[in-house]
Design a binder for this molecule. Structure first.
Ligand SMILES: Nc1ncnc2c1ncn2[C@@H]1O[C@H](COP(=O)(O)OP(=O)(O)OP(=O)(O)O)[C@@H](O)[C@H]1O
Ligand SMILES: [Mg+2]
Length: 294
């Protein structure tokens, strides 16, 4: 009979195999990369400017290559669909993309927050009751209750970004892809958006997030890809990738501050530590143990 049914959490919803991509005017933006994302997994993508992070995000809903053209090599399958064989419209029902600029994601055609969230659903032809239910649910998930009748343009940046997340959630995607969702927000906006993302990941939504705030990623990413000049420089558990201090610094990426502090102390005092922390909580535990044992 064989064991063909995969257990929950073991099914790959994103499979990238030997993927290479060149824009019509820029060669080798992605160079032979491979990775997988399991159902319910949170994958963080980090790397310096121009590494190819946004290009990779745009591949997952087919904008690359269908909109941009260029050369596409290898295989990318998302929610069971090969990107090359499906349109962006088809892929967008399974993959929700959120970009860094909140205003550019607002349609500009809807008068209220509520209508904006329902816009995509109406286009897809969902019946009225279903639209109502999904819109209310999405607005609740991003904490915009009470602002349903407000114009999308009369929201703060953080609220607009949560609105963008709600419009994506209303489609009930299998995968959510966020490309530096907090890059343009103030600290309060950043906090609000991270809180929403973290809640969604806790509910089991498969999430891919490009993020410069490495400290935040350390809290909720299962795996991390370090991308550099279109290649994967490091890939694996957050704890593995974020503690490779020298590798990160060599390409100008900062590890979490507790990780870097531990690394510096370890070198300075010759402690031969094997377990570097990536979050403050972990650091406290490790430092307490060190103090007790010394
Ligand atoms: N439409 C395009 N046409 C040609 N080249 C492009 C296009 N979009 C991006 N590029 C180039 O592809 C490379 C990767 O860009 P990409 O935007 O994917 O990087 P990124 O890692 O998201 O960078 P950032 O951190 O600045 O957002 C860069 O050299 C960029 O200039
Ligand atoms: Mg980018």
């Amino acid at each position: 009979m064989g064991n063909e049914t995969k257990k929950a959490g073991e099914e790959n919803v994103v499979v990238v195999e030997n993927y290479s991509y060149s824009y019509p005017t820029k060669k080798n933006v992605i160079q032979n990369i491979s990775f997988t994302v399991k159902k319910g997994e949170v994958l963080g993508i980090i790397g310096p400017n121009g590494a190819g992070k946004s290009t990779l995000c745009k591949t997952l809903n087919g904008l690359v290559p269908h909109f941009y053209g260029g050369f596409f090599g290898g295989n990318v399958t998302v929610a069971g669909m090969e990107v090359l064989k499906h349109t962006t419209a088809e892929l967008s029902t399974k993959v929700g993309l959120v970009f860094q600029d909140p205003e550019s994601q607002i349609s500009g055609m809807m008068m209220t927050v509520w209508e904006e969230v329902g816009f995509g659903l109406s286009m897809l032809g969902f019946p009225r009751e279903e639209v109502d239910e999904r819109v209310n649910d999405a607005i609740k998930k991003v904490g915009l209750e009470g602002l349903e009748k407000r114009s999308p343009f009369e929201l703060s940046g953080g609220q607009q970004q949560r609105l963008a997340i709600a419009t994506v959630l209303a489609i009930k995607p299998e995968i959510m892809v966020l490309d530096e969702p907090t890059a343009q927000l103030d600290p309060i906006g950043k906090y609000e958006v991270f809180k929403v993302i973290e809640d969604l990941t806790l509910e089991g939504l498969t999430t891919i997030v490009v993020e410069h705030e490495i400290e935040e990623l350390a809290h909720f990413a299962d795996n991390i890809i370090l991308l550099h000049e279109g290649k994967i420089l490091s890939y694996g558990k957050a704890k593995k990738v974020l503690t490779e201090v020298e590798k990160l610094k060599a390409i100008g990426e900062d590890p979490p501050s507790v990780t870097e502090l531990t690394y510096l102390l370890d070198k300075e005092l010759d402690l031969s530590l094997v377990n570097y922390p990536i979050t403050l909580d972990e650091a406290i535990k490790i430092y307490k143990e060190l103090m007790v044992s010394s």
